[in-house]
Design a protein. Structure first.
Length: 171
């Protein structure tokens, strides 16, 4: 046994102590998310479909990801709607680029910045804040803008709610 151990050590294999000091492959920015399997809102937000563009050819998964195709492979540049949970993992492996859903694109962020109270967030996107939080934690080009928009939107709507409750209390 000691011969095997010394061969492993001399061949460049890492020991348990060495591995603990290295970041694991799953510690990328998009996989820091810890799923809450008992929260129906989290399940629904992760099931939301997002448009993805494939950055690499992926062999053998064409019919699995797109049942409407007869092609065995997903080619570079192919656009598919995938659930967020899958898009997040593929994005963390640099296989796809994720496009923010309608309620989180620049146009809607500008509308929300102007007046967040005039938008029905539930109609725009059920689980708006939850989905936005997932998108903000992903390493997307728009992640920081989405995070800022979420905070500003919440602040505007909360401020209005507080104003209504205070002004109604005096009546």
């Amino acid at each position: 046994m000691s011969g095997i151990s010394s061969q492993s050590s001399s061949s460049g294999a890492t020991t348990g102590a060495d591995q603990s000091s290295r970041p694991s492959k799953t510690s990328s920015t998009s996989t820091n998310y810890c799923a809450n399997y008992l929260d129906i809102d989290d399940i629904m937000a992760n099931s939301q479909r997002v448009v993805t563009t494939f950055l690499q050819r992926v062999p053998g998964v064409g019919p699995v990801l797109d049942p409407n195709t007869d092609l065995p492979d997903v080619e570079v540049g192919a656009k598919l709607e995938l659930p967020l949970w899958l898009a997040r993992e593929l994005h963390s492996e640099s296989l796809v680029d994720v496009q923010a859903p309608k309620g989180f694109n620049r146009t809607y962020r500008e509308i929300l910045e102007a007046d967040a109270n005039c938008v029905d967030l539930h109609k725009l996107c059920p689980n708006y804040y939850r989905l936005g939080g997932h998108l903000a934690r992903m390493a997307l080009d728009e992640s920081q803008d989405i995070a800022t928009s979420l905070v500003d939107t919440f602040h505007q709507r909360y401020h209005r709610l507080v104003n209504y409750s205070v002004s109604s209390a005096g009546d």
